[in-house]
Every structure is written in C-alpha cells, then in structure tokens.
Design a protein around this ligand. Structure first.
Ligand code: C2E
Ligand code: CA
Ligand code: CA
Ligand code: CA
Length: 277
C-alpha cells in the first residue's frame, strides 16, 4: 500500500498482527456501547505565567482489555487511517461537554476553558464547523468554553478549505490553538491569515531551554505569537529552570509535568481542591 512495496519478514509480520488486533479492538470498542469502559479523558491543567489557572487540556486514553493503557500516539494514527477517528472524535467532544456540565453543576472551577485535540481528518469533514457547533450547543455548552487544538499539518493539506472552516469555528465562538507549533511547515504568511487565539510551543523547544541559552527558539516563537496578537502557551514544562526561562521570555501559558501530569477526572478534581486550600 501507499506506493511502497514491503517484505513481510517475521518481525514485520508480528507488527502487522499487532496492528490488526489493535484495529479490531478499536472498532469493537467504538461499535459496542462499551466505550465508556475502555476510553477516558484525562486532564492536564494550564496555568498563566503568574500561576493562575486558565483551564485544562483533555487527553484521550484507551484502556485496552489485554494490552493495558495505550498512548494516543499509537492509536490515533490508526483511528485516522481506518476512518474510526470520526466516531472517536465525536465521543471526545461529547465527553468533554459532559465533564464541563458536571463541573459547572458541582461548582468545580476548572478555569475558563477546556482544550480538546482535533484531528486533521475531523477538520476536513464537510460541515465540520456547523455540526460541531450544533453538537456542543446541544450538549448545553457555549462554544467559547472549548479551545480546539489543531496541528499545522491539519491546516496545510487544503489551506483554503481549512481557513474557511476555521473562520466558521471562530465565528461560532470556539477558541483556536495551533498545536505543536514549530514542528511543521507553516509559513508566517499562512499563519497571519488564520483566526488563531493561541500558539502552542512544542515540547521540543521547551526541553532545550536552560538558564544560559542565549537565543532560544522558544523566545522567537513567543515573539511571533505576540506579533500576531495571540497567546503563547508552552507544553512539556518539566523543570523550574524551563519555567523561569519561559516566564522571562513572556510566555503566557504553561503546561507540563512540573505543574501537573495529565490525571483522570478524580485526580483533576483533587488537584483543583488542593490548590484552593
Ligand atoms: P499533544 O497534543 O502535543 O499533547 C501533549 C502530550 O505531551 C500528551 O501526550 C501529554 O501527556 C504529554 N505531556 C504533557 N506534559 C508533559 C511533560 O511535561 N513532559 C512530557 N514528556 N510530556 C508531557 P499524550 O497524552 O500521550 O498525547 C499524545 C498526542 O496524542 C497529543 O499530543 C495529541 O496530539 C494526541 N491526542 C491526545 N488526545 C487526543 C484526542 O482526543 N484527539 C486527537 N485527535 N488527538 C489526541
Ligand atoms: Ca494538544
Ligand atoms: Ca501539543
Ligand atoms: Ca506535542
């Protein structure tokens, strides 16, 4: 497939078997109403440079009956190749809205917004913006309470139609973040045309930050964000030195293990409660 000829030697055969098994598992988990048992959203808080809570990012987890917890970097690409991403993405949105409603009901102050990751394949669906708005409003949630995190590759496949969809999403009130910024190929002129609210600095640029770095690329990205009039959020902040460097560079938002690891819903509520004391 994909213009490539492959020889299936034993290790590759094994890999293919694993893939097939995963694909079958994904299909089953999605088809039968077993989803809540196997899939879950975990949450990672996002704080401002000053340390105030801004919100959280929802990160999908799949608890495979045999293989245990699988990383989305394993099963999201598979879901995309098989088209299952549409069902999975819809579930993520429904679940995110359900959590927002539950937190509101229980008076859990999680910040202004919840961020969800949206795949290129979802974005490319015709009517994506209108359907998403209807779904979110239907769930009793204002679109402005969601930030949609999109990757550069999602936008560059068909820039004009992506731009059109982004404009519709922005008009509906969704906040838009460009994820993993700096790892893709978007040119600055493209960037300027997108109705973005946030640039997320990829972890690769954060991990190279140290006190003596004279011209870190993260600083350049933060300047680009500010020139575009959007907020800069750093992901993967793991050390105090990185945090201090980002603060000095004027980064607006911080996310990473240093602040909190992604945690399940109960863990998130506990983190919020402990913070309040
Ligand atoms: P991402 O959007 O760039 O998410 C950040 C990843 O970095 C997450 O990995 C998170 O757990 C991890 N992370 C957070 N803080 C730190 C840190 O301080 N250090 C390190 N080393 N890692 C940190 P995760 O949860 O495995 O997700 C991987 C990717 O899968 C995400 O990357 C995102 O692109 C995708 N993904 C996750 N959930 C969804 C979803 O619901 N839908 C779609 N389409 N993609 C998703
Ligand atoms: Ca993300
Ligand atoms: Ca990211
Ligand atoms: Ca990343």
């Amino acid at each position: 497939g994909r213009n490539a000829v492959r020889l299936f030697l034993p290790p590759m055969q094994q890999e293919a078997d694993t893939r097939l098994a995963l694909e079958r598992g994904l299909r089953t988990a999605l088809e039968q109403e077993r989803m809540p048992a196997q899939f879950a959203l975990h949450f990672q808080p996002l704080v401002s440079r000053q340390g105030d809570l801004l919100g959280a990012e929802a990160l999908l987890r799949w608890r495979h009956p045999q293989l245990g917890e699988l990383s989305p970097s394993v099963f999201i690409p598979l879901a995309e190749e098989t088209g299952l991403i549409h069902a999975l993405g819809a579930w993520v949105i429904r679940e995110a809205c359900a959590h927002i409603r539950a937190w509101d009901r229980d008076g859990v102050a999680f910040g202004d917004r919840l961020a969800v990751n949206v795949s290129a394949w979802q974005l490319a669906q015709p009517q994506f913006a209108a359907q998403l708005e209807a779904e979110v409003r239907g769930a009793g949630v204002e679109p402005s309470r969601l930030t949609l995190e999109l990757t550069e590759s999602a936008l560059l496949q068909d820039f004009d139609s992506a731009l059109d969809t982004l404009r519709q999403l922005a008009a509906a009130g969704f906040r838009l973040a460009l994820d993993d910024f700096g790892t893709g190929y978007s040119s600055l002129s493209y960037l300027q045309r997108l109705p973005l609210d946030v640039l997320k600095i990829d972890r690769a640029f954060v991990s190279e930050l140290h006190p003596s770095a004279s011209t870190p690329l993260a600083g350049f990205i933060i300047d680009v964000a500010h020139r575009l009039g959007v907020a800069a959020v750093a992901e993967g902040v793991e050390t105090v030195a990185q945090r201090l460097a980002l603060e000095r560079l004027g980064c607006d938002g911080l996310q990473g293990y240093l602040i909190c690891r992604p945690v399940d819903e109960a863990g998130f509520r506990q983190w919020l409660a402990e913070r309040e004391q």
